[in-house]
Write a protein that binds this ligand. Structure first.
Ligand code: 3HC
Ligand code: NAI
Length: 708
């Protein structure tokens, strides 16, 4: 938009003013919009002949709230907007909001300050600030309870989930629902209010008392806040909503202002805001021109009906696409059909799907034993065993069987996508689609760009992934791509620490103290020590490991002893049911391995050492991926870790965590460990990018490659 073009204008329909916010794409309330809104209200004041005002927004949605990007600007405050809302509400001429699309955050707070609200059917209204580690900052905590009561307001603000127009009507949040464009209905309403001439319904003046139900809801909100201390906004929300019911308006408003500013500066909110933009940035400029036209995908083929194949099939069937699932083993197909049936039955039992919808989704998945059934598919994803020779054989067949123009994808988690692509005879059509298990649930998809992948293929897959609800992070070809390659250095240090004398319990506790849901030992026990060990053994066979005889010896030894983790009753820990208990046998094994490899044991390995060795290695590997061009931007790495590896969202991902910790400190730590541990295998060599950013006072999360 040209800088001099107004984002808010005032027109009229007869004697009713129409105030229009036009600030694509989502009419966020940037400082410019707030300024223009003020100017339009000044004009409305001057045009005394106008008897009422309708407030509307153009484009696909009403208003998505405050401009999140502006929150980082020095001196940002919602005070100017709040003053306008007060002015709007206090005016003597009726103001009616005409709502459509999504009415979120500051957008809903704007509507709450109007004297009536008309919503198009299908409109969604909510206060999602909590998802950004915030509370509403434009008097939402004060006005919403006055309109819908304390329990409903607490539910909406603490969950951040929007209400659909019908629910909003029932809750008293909107007054009228319109079919189609809400503006004519809002004009009628504005006229009627002007003609009635009675007192206007000002939300801030509505009475609010604290009854039993409200007290109970508040008690629950405080309890939830105590259980989730990593989300400080929860307590602030409860306190502000309580204030709405127990304190004069001005004091409630003041408390909300202080709490909002406090949360805005808090580490969890910085992390969540970082992820908000990070998730929207993934897949952009993923290689090749943005203009490359995407190919149409209506019918998806999946080859291999094992754990991953089934999940992938459901992911597309859930999104309304036709799927053909092929496996050469009849028993595998039978198991897949049964497993898919169970998933949908469970969804029906939990009330998440109607029986008809479940049948419809299941009906979209056809199964076959012969890969010629894939001939007409637009996209075929192979998910056969992780074996390069087999994958190449299958790729060659798919290259012949699939129609020209069909996209051929591989779900390999570690193998060389270029070598698989080459075997198809049409590498431009080939791309990696690395789903995470369970594939119909996990949001992350690593989209692997091969050396010869066509830009249109990449674009199609990124677009399709978004359509089916995934977050597609594009990366280049290397062992383990982004997530598994980084996880490998984290596990490497875990195992060295074990051999040096730390216990699994100490390591997990140190990592969990950062806010991680699960430390590495419990994590691998759950995922399967056998799965981890096989990957290491396979990589060793391919010559991909450092020439270090002590490399990941613990998981290999556990594997040899049949200690495959939770499923076999022992791994790093021993298990009583799902309860992980310390196991003397693991400690003895680690001591034995130390002796065999000449590694000195130490008595006291502290939390700081554990955190630094695991986390600094992780960050360093992430920086190497950036330097090598495997990852396009640091924020992509953070999305991989938060969407696919359970890294806590309130820490923002490893690269954001590194920025918050201080890059200089990370580099110093890496150097310190290089000196203490030796660096014969390059484990502690600092990534040149990390070093340069640390020296220049830069931040990883803001870094993008030159020319991006
Ligand atoms: N501020 C700044 N930019 C925003 C924004 C916001 N509130 N909401 C969306 N955007 C941007 C996105 O970053 C994206 O930009 P890009 O095209 O450059 O990547 C663009 O708008 C489109 O957004 P989506 O890709 O998310 O579009 P969808 O159509 O999928 O979703 C939406 C639209 C449902 C509105 C979704 O964007 C959304 O949930 N937005 C955030 C809503 C929110 O959290 N509001 C509260 C803000 S905090 C606030 O209001 C504080 C107040 O109380 C003081
Ligand atoms: P799986 O062992 O559960 O299933 C593999 C299936 O492929 C079996 O049903 C088998 O019958 C079938 N198959 C083998 N050869 C075939 C052929 N020539 N034609 C048709 N079908 C054939 O394996 P899983 O776990 O589903 O893994 C599949 C792929 O997904 C592997 O590449 C793996 O690395 C990858 N992956 C696995 C993840 C996991 O958590 N299991 C996560 C991400 C990727």
């Amino acid at each position: 938009m040209p800088p001099d073009q107004l984002t808010v204008t005032l027109d009229a329909d007869g004697d009713i003013g129409i105030l229009t916010i036009d600030h694509p794409p989502v009419n966020a309330l940037s400082p410019t919009v707030v300024r223009d809104l003020g100017a339009s209200l000044d004009e409305f004041d001057r045009r005394g002949a106008l008897r009422a005002l309708v407030l509307r927004c153009t484009g696909r949605t009403f208003c998505a709230g405050g401009d999140i990007a502006a929150f980082d600007e020095p001196g940002f405050s919602p005070a100017p907007l709040n003053a306008l809302l007060e002015r709007l509400e206090a005016g003597h001429r009726p103001v009616v909001a005409a709502l459509h699309g999504t009415v979120l955050g500051g957008g809903l707070e704007l509507a709450l300050a109007c004297h009536a609200r008309v919503a198009a059917r299908g409109t969604r209204l909510g206060l999602p600030e909590v998802r950004l580690g915030l509370l509403p900052g434009s008097l939402g905590t004060q006005r919403l309870p006055r309109l819908v009561g304390v329990p409903r307001a607490l539910q909406m603000i603490t969950r951040g989930e929007p209400l659909e127009a019908g629910e909003a009507l029932a809750a008293g949040l909107v007054d009228t629902i319109s079919d189609g464009d809400p503006v004519p209905a809002a004009l009628d309403r504005a006229r009627a209010l002007a003609e009635a001439g009675g007192p206007l319904r000002r939300t801030r003046l509505l009475p609010l008392a604290l009854g039993d139900e409200a007290r109970q809801a508040l008690a629950q909100a405080y309890e939830q806040a105590r259980d989730r201390p990593q989300e400080p906004a929860l307590e602030a929300i409860a306190r502000c909503v309580e204030a709405a019911a127990t304190m004069p308006w001005e004091r409630g408003a003041e408390l909300e202002r202080e709490s909002f500013e406090h949360c805005l500066r808090s580490a969890p909110s910085r992390a969540l805001r970082h992820l908000f933009f990070a998730e929207r940035r993934v897949g952009r400029r993923a290689g090749g021109p943005e203009s490359a036209a995407a190919r149409a995908v209506r019918h998806v083929g999946v080859l291999g009906a094992g754990t991953m194949g089934r999940g992938i099939a459901m992911c597309f069937a859930d999104a309304g696409l036709d799927v053909t699932l092929v496996d050469t083993a009849p028993a595998a197909l039978e198991r897949a059909r049964a497993a898919i049936g169970q998933v949908y039955e469970a969804a029906v039992a939990r009330g998440r799907l109607t029986p008809d919808a479940a049948l419809e989704r299941q009906g979209r998945i056809r199964t076959a034993r012969d890969d010629t059934a894939l001939a007409g598919c637009d996209l075929v994803i192979e998910a056969v065993f992780e074996d390069l020779a087999l994958k190449r054989e299958v790729a060659a067949r798919l290259g012949r069987v699939c129609r020209p123009g069909a996209i051929l994808a591989t779900n390999t988690s570690t193998l060389d996508v270029d070598r698989i692509a080459e075997a198809t005879g049409r590498p431009a059509d080939v791309v990696g689609m690395h789903f995470f298990s369970p594939a119909h649930v996990m949001r992350l998809l690593e989209v692997v760009r091969g050396a010869r992948t066509d830009a249109a293929v990449l674009r199609t897959v990124v677009q399709l992934a978004r359509e089916v609800g995934k977050v597609p992070v594009v990366c280049g070809v290397c062992w383990g791509f982004i997530g598994n390659r980084m996880a490998e250095v984290y596990m490497r240090e875990t195992e060295f620490l074990l051999v040096e004398g730390a216990t699994p319990g100490q390591i997990d506790a140190a990592i969990e103290s950062l806010g991680m849901a699960m430390g590495p030992c419990r994590m691998l026990d759950m995922a399967g020590v056998d799965v981890g060990a096989r990957t290491v053994i396979e990589r060793d066979r391919d010559g991909g490991l450092p020439a270090d005889p002590a490399y990941r010896i613990v998981c290999r030894a556990l594997f040899e002893r049949g200690r495959h983790g939770q499923k076999t009753g022992s791994g790093y820990y021993r298990y009583e049911g799902r309860r992980a208990l310390p196991d003397e046998a693991t400690l003895a094994l680690c001591a034995e391995l130390a002796q065999r490899h000449g590694i000195a044991r130490r008595q006291a390995i502290g939390t700081r050492e554990i955190v630094e060795r695991l986390m600094f290695s992780l960050v360093n590997e992430g920086a190497r991926l950036l330097g090598e061009g495997i990852a396009a931007r640091a924020s992509d790495i953070d999305v991989v870790w938060t969407a696919g590896f359970g890294f806590p969202r309130h820490l923002g991902g490893p690269m954001h965590w590194a920025d918050e910790t201080g890059l200089e400190q990370v580099v110093q730590g890496l150097n310190r460990w290089a000196a203490a541990r030796g660096n014969a295998h390059g484990y502690w060599s600092v990534s040149p990018l990390l070093r340069a950013l640390a020296q220049g006072g830069g931040r990883l999360a803001r870094w993008e490659p030159p020319g991006a």
